[in-house]
Design a protein. Structure first.
Length: 426
């Protein structure tokens, strides 16, 4: 406890900042009096409690950082993460497949599962660019929008259905990914982030102002839903519908469950392709680019092709997700493709751990599922959610799954080298 006084001073300064931040919306409350006029009342007890909890949390965190054991064996950490993933991944997969089939599960929870799986797919697509190739992309929502509008325009002008437009949406998004990749080949870091952010805004402004093609701010309506071998999911029933063919009562849960399994299959396809590519020379080139671009160039790796393939493949999966989003909503507009969407997907990748497939799933459940489940708490849900995120980033600053092991290592020599470096004997 030799750092007791500095820790107390640090905790007091954090508590003072919390007092300034919490004062307006926790210490004050607007209400109505008997005459119907607005009144302003104070809540000193709630404000003091919030500041005290902040002080205690900061002080305990400093003590934990001071006394926690040092992690000197990176090999043990990676092996522990591998053992955890060995059991967690099958359990999550079984739970995801069985969730809509659980008797009594409400349609709202299945729809929430559809939303979470959509962001899981987006996170896995962006993980190729950010987590594997190390390229900071703040305009990923542009490919999401390209996929959605590609399907909507093809369906509106040529009468194509979801299954015909799904591969085309991915190809169009991949083409735009290559178009983004060429201007940023020589950029890195903050400059790359600024250019990709500008690209996302350009796409949004184009679809907003090109009214004759995209409908502008009014968007596109009556986007067709996916069919099951020609069967539609209509509440009216009758011939040609799922309920009429199987002689069951029409239920909104039928279409929601079908959409759930579609996005689950698309997300699993994204994961499978990513894992396979990581074991190929292309995936190893992405990881080399992420670790050191100069060393990657010195090894004779073509940086242009490596970056372009990362942008194109990541954009393709974003296009698939956009196509699904359009068919799920049956309506799209520029308001659905703002920078906030890119920031959310990037936060999922970073919070889960850049390069980790399992981490993206866990982060998507936290980032998307928790706020939806806390809807009943109204204004306090975002406060609780923000505090939870801050806590997670303090405890796990590199994400849920913090290992960053290369797909291919040098075997026993790599293990010995890691141990020597961790023990300070190198």
């Amino acid at each position: 406890m030799r750092n007791l006084v500095p820790n107390l001073k640090d905790s007091a300064s954090v508590a003072f900042v919390a007092l300034l931040l919490f004062g307006p919306f926790l210490g004050l409350k607007l209400g109505d009096n008997e005459a119907g006029n607005l009144t302003l009342s104070t809540r000193p007890g709630l404000l003091i409690l919030a500041v005290a909890l902040t002080f205690a949390a900061r002080f305990l965190m400093l003590l934990w950082h001071e006394h926690r054991p040092q992690r000197t064996r990176s090999l043990k950490l990676s092996q522990g993460a591998s053992r955890t993933g060995k059991y967690v991944v099958p359990a999550l997969l079984v739970a995801a497949v069985a969730m809509p089939l659980i008797p009594g599960v409400e349609n709202a929870y299945i729809d929430l599962g559809v939303l979470i799986m959509t962001y899981v797919m987006l996170g896995w697509g962006l993980n190729i660019v950010v987590g594997l190739a190390g390229l900071l992309d703040l305009g990923y929502v542009a490919f999401y929008a390209v996929g959605a509008y590609s399907f909507a325009l093809l369906a509106e002008n040529f009468g194509l259905g979801f299954w015909e437009c799904l591969p085309l949406s991915g190809l169009f998004a991949a083409l735009w990914g290559v178009c983004l990749g060429f201007p940023v080949l020589r950029l890195r870091g903050d400059y790359l982030a600024i250019v990709t952010l500008a690209f996302g805004e350009i796409i949004r402004l184009v679809i907003t102002n090109w009214v004759s093609l995209t409908g502008g701010p009014n968007g596109i309506t009556d986007i067709p839903h996916p069919t099951l071998f020609g069967l539609t999911f209509s509440m009216a029933g009758g011939p040609g519908t799922f309920a009429g063919f199987f002689h069951v009562d029409p239920d909104p849960k039928q279409r929601t469950t079908y959409l759930y399994y579609i996005i689950l299959a698309l997300a699993l396809l994204t994961n499978w392709v990513t894992l396979r590519l990581r074991q190929q020379p292309l995936g190893r080139a992405w990881e080399a680019l992420r670790e050191d671009e100069i060393a990657c160039r010195s090894l004779g790796i073509n940086l242009r092709n490596t970056k372009l393939t990362a942008f194109a493949i990541g954009a393709m999966f974003g296009g698939f997700a956009g196509c699904f989003f359009a068919t799920r909503q049956a309506f799209i507009s520029p308001d659905s493709f703002t920078f906030i969407e890119s920031a959310t997907v990037l936060a999922i990748v970073v919070l889960g751990g850049a390069g980790s497939q399992l981490g993206v799933v866990l982060a998507a459940c936290v980032m998307i599922g928790v706020p939806e489940l806390l809807q009943s708490l109204q204004i306090y849900r975002m406060l609780i959610f923000g505090l939870a995120l801050v806590t997670i980033m303090v405890v796990r600053p590199r994400g849920f799954i913090a290992t960053r092991r290369p797909t291919v290592s040098l075997g026993r020599a790599k293990i010995i080298s890691a141990e020597m470096v961790s023990e300070g004997r190198s």
